[in-house]
Design a protein around this ligand. Structure first.
Ligand SMILES: C[S@@+](CC[C@H](N)C(=O)[O-])C[C@H]1O[C@@H](n2cnc3c(N)ncnc32)[C@H](O)[C@@H]1O
Length: 268
């Protein structure tokens, strides 16, 4: 899933029990094997299995709670938000455009779910946060909340901020949702962002990383998403003509979950 999820490993760096296949948890009780689709010539790359309709059907039937959007791991939310806040604070310390003393003017929460990140982090650092999220039952939880601006009920692959958005945006935050996009859609989406990014602003991607033993992306049929490797993310950022200005692994998550990495990007 594109939310926190148990990792798949054939070797373990910290002596954890080893799982042969990606293990997912839809809720606290679920503990089932997901389908792992390796890259072969006959069945195509993992992202070729992404089915946007199936993904929306899955998320539309998911309860609109922190536990729902975090795949049954609500306990990671607090530490995740703290990690994100620290990551941005470090970026701002290096920035001549966005000193920490002043709120950002406008940010956007891509694939926002119920607005967990907006409520717990972005709305505290930005005057206005726009929301892009395809599932209406999720955005119904966000509308009217403090500092929430425009709400776009579309997938990121269909969001064209240069004509729909109210940019420029000082910060474009994308977390636990980019696995819903194919590689090609992700690159196209990222390429649309620089024209609506303020000078010195950041595009942040914070996602699970595949640690497949053959260094492959992994398709997950639960929410019809892919979990990408670190190498794949860096390749796609290059293709989108974005430069990586900072990156950091999220610390403090329970053992056994996929590693989560934040990347801060700017136009080349
Ligand atoms: C794991 S939840 C994460 C929500 C939020 N980013 C958070 O961290 O709390 C994944 C979200 O991606 C959304 N999503 C599904 N397909 C999407 C798409 N094509 N573009 C953007 N978001 C999508 C889902 O509806 C869901 O809200």
């Amino acid at each position: 899933m594109s939310s926190p999820k148990r990792k798949s490993q054939t070797s373990s760096e910290n002596g954890d029990e080893v799982a042969k296949k990606p293990r997912i948890a839809k809720d606290d009780s679920a503990d089932e094997l997901a389908v792992e689709i390796p890259i072969t010539a006959s069945n195509g790359a993992p992202d070729s299995h992404i089915n946007a309709q199936a993904a929306i059907a899955y998320w539309s039937s998911t309860e609109a709670t922190v536990s729902g959007v975090l795949g049954g791991f609500p306990q990671v939310s607090r530490i995740d938000l703290q990690g994100s806040s620290n990551f941005l604070a470090k970026l701002r310390r290096q920035s001549k455009h966005f000193p920490a003393s002043k709120k950002l003017r406008r940010a956007v929460d891509g694939g926002a779910g119920i607005g967990r990140i907006t409520a717990g982090f972005l709305s505290k650092v930005a005057e206005t946060v726009d929301i892009v999220e395809p599932v209406k039952s999720f955005t119904d939880q966000i509308k009217g909340k403090e500092n929430v601006g425009e709400v776009y009920n579309v997938g990121l692959e269909a969001w064209h901020p240069e004509k729909d958005g109210l940019g420029p945006y000082d910060l474009i935050w994308n977390q636990w949702c980019l696995g819903q996009l194919t590689d090609a859609h992700l690159v196209e989406y990222l390429k649309r962002l620089p024209p609506v990014l303020s000078e010195g602003g950041w595009i942040v991607v914070k996602e699970n990383l595949s640690n497949h033993h053959l260094d492959q992306d992994v398709y997950d049929e639960t929410d019809s998403s892919v979990t990408r490797t670190d190498g794949k993310f860096r390749k796609l950022f290059e293709e989108a003509d974005l430069k990586l200005v900072s990156t950091e692994l999220q610390k403090g998550f329970p053992k056994g979950l996929y590693p989560v990495r934040a990347y801060a990007l700017q136009p080349r």
